[in-house]
Write a protein of this length. Structure first.
Length: 226
């Protein structure tokens, strides 16, 4: 497996997203108002870090491959094995764009939040909008599909928030938005990466059609206070 993005959260918080860092020595977390997750380099340090971080948020994710030890008063609610995929410029297959895609601004922040909470609640927070660029498709002035950027390091940006309103699926919106967002990342001179549940075969197939290739796996482990 290609290990260059083996600890993307750590890399992002050391590099491009250091302004959102809450640092616990060998564990690093995003401020929970922006992204409720973190990672570690030393599994011995993570228990103490998780205890401290749990004082800031009721639930959070640890992103990585190794399973950490965790305190007794914190419960593992879910463990999600994801493929990590990347898109290289030479592999990018541009789709036919049949919809108008616009870059979203601060005035769309609440609409983005409402749509993601409707379709895919989990790691998104209102201030997640601030950590990267978001793009959307509208129908009669209503935001019906969105995709954006999340974890960012010096050499990569993660595509995230791939969401379409249930009333507007099967129109190719997700494919177009992922392609458009990925293209914007490539134009910034960075590599688009994404994380997708290993069992989500339809999404994996969509990403592969755009030229994405699986390079590794990543666990997203969800913890809550007991």
């Amino acid at each position: 497996m290609n290990k260059k993005f083996s600890n993307p959260v750590w890399s992002a918080l050391e590099e491009t997203h250091s302004e959102y860092l809450i640092n616990y020595d060998d564990a690093k977390f995003y401020h929970p108002d922006y992204c409720p997750f973190g990672s570690f380099n030393d599994s011995k340090a993570i228990e103490t870090a998780m205890e401290s971080y749990a004082e800031l948020t009721s639930d959070f994710f640890i992103v990585g491959q190794e399973a950490p030890n965790y305190p007794e008063h914190i419960l593992l609610k879910g463990e999600y094995r994801c493929l990590q995929m990347e898109l290289l410029q030479e592999d990018f297959k541009t789709p036919e764009y049949t919809s108008t895609i616009i870059k979203l601004t601060k005035e769309h922040e609440q609409e983005v939040y409402d749509l993601i909470m409707l379709v895919m609640p989990g790691t998104y927070r209102k201030k997640s909008f601030d950590v990267g660029d978001y793009y959307g498709i509208f129908n009669e002035n209503k935001l019906v599909a969105v995709t954006g950027e999340r974890i960012q390091g010096q050499n990569f940006i993660e595509v995230s928030g791939v969401v379409t309103h249930p009333d507007f699926t099967r129109r190719g919106y997700a494919k177009q938005l992922v392609a458009y967002t990925s293209d914007q990342i490539l134009k910034k001179g960075k590599v688009p990466i994404l994380h997708v549940l290993e069992i989500n075969k339809s999404a994996i197939h969509l990403y592969e059609k755009l030229g994405y290739k699986s390079i590794d796996f990543m666990y997203w482990r969800h913890y809550v206070k007991n």
